[in-house]
Design a protein around this ligand. Structure first.
Ligand code: C2E
Ligand code: MG
Ligand code: MG
Ligand code: MG
Length: 280
């Protein structure tokens, strides 16, 4: 309880004043439990990869899928990444998780290709933590060699903030990755602070417009302006644009009208396990 924690803190012989409250200790305890649980999940194959369609807007063709991790927790059921990725990032465990997802997604893509699927690529999210370590290209080269997946069947998604944190280092790494032949996309575009001079030089083929700007389409004036601007910017740099988070037909129609290239969202298809994906 709070009083006895305070009492102990005051009498710990230190100068000054320490204050522990119950909520903080409870939070710390939950965090430690989550880290232990995640470690267990990695060792015991409790992680799952779901796949969400990425479609061309002009003809509706599904050209790729995005791999999205989930945790099949024995008690809590299917846990979404928002509930464990942040802790995995702080604790450094994200590197092992991203490596696991990368390998799984590549193996799955090899299997789809062997089954005659017309899918062009699988997209995998790379945390800023793994990205900033700088040896991602070696890891990717190894996974491609081990799985036999052609490099252009893999797309890596890195966030705008991961790139702009250390633009020189990021530029060098993206160039090494690009020379392997993999596709590169900037995820959640519009939520970070891009230097346009830098963006122009990145060897990136796609900007993924963050879903927060798609949410207000087609009615919200600001979202309309931002969406138009991002599409024009991407096209002027010879990049494609994908709009995330399309939930309604009006959003899809409006984006198609504006000349947006690709679309992703619940309206088109939710993330599902590999065997539930309709490959046409
Ligand atoms: P993201 O990379 O921007 O992925 C898109 C997220 O938007 C996914 O959430 C997807 O389910 C969700 N989404 C797609 N369409 C719609 C829609 O129409 N409406 C709404 N409201 N949401 C939609 P999810 O799967 O919960 O993943 C959340 C985030 O967790 C991802 O955002 C990504 O940043 C991260 N993440 C997921 N898998 C991985 C992974 O393997 N490694 C790393 N480092 N991060 C991952
Ligand atoms: Mg993504
Ligand atoms: Mg995204
Ligand atoms: Mg997003």
């Amino acid at each position: 309880n709070v009083d006895s924690a305070l009492f102990k803190a005051k009498n710990s012989g230190r100068e000054g004043f320490a204050f522990y409250d119950h909520a903080q200790t409870e939070h710390a305890r939950q965090r430690i439990e989550l880290i232990a649980g995640l470690r267990h999940a990695l060792e015991n194959e409790e992680l799952r990869v779901h796949y969400q369609p990425l479609c061309r807007l002009d003809d509706g063709q599904m050209v790729g899928v995005e791999a999205l991790v989930r945790w099949q927790h024995p008690q809590r059921g299917l846990v979404p990444p928002g509930e464990f990725i942040p802790v995995a990032e702080d604790s450094g465990m994200i590197n092992a998780i991203d490596a696991w997802v990368l390998e799984h997604a590549c193996r799955q893509m090899v299997a789809w290709r062997a089954a005659g699927s017309p899918l062009q690529f699988v997209a995998v999210n790379i945390s800023s933590r793994l990205f900033s370590r700088g040896e991602l290209d070696q890891r990717v080269a190894r996974v491609l060699a081990q799985t036999g997946l052609p490099a252009d069947c893999l797309e890596l998604e890195v966030t705008e903030s991961a790139v702009m944190d250390d633009p020189d280092q990021a530029q060098a790494l993206l160039e090494r990755l690009r020379s392997l032949g993999v596709r590169l996309a900037i995820d959640d575009f519009g939520t970070g602070y891009s230097s346009l001079a830098r963006l122009k030089r990145l060897p990136v083929q796609k900007l993924k417009l963050d879903q927060s700007f798609v949410a207000g389409l087609p009615d919200d004036k600001d979202d309309r302006a931002i969406t138009r601007a991002v599409i024009a910017l991407a096209h002027s740099m010879e990049m494609n644009v994908l709009a995330e988070g399309i939930e309604r037909v009006e959003q899809q129609d409006y984006l198609r009208e504006l000349g947006c290239d690709y679309a992703q969202g619940y309206f088109i298809g939710r993330p599902v396990p590999a065997d539930a994906l309709k490959l046409t």
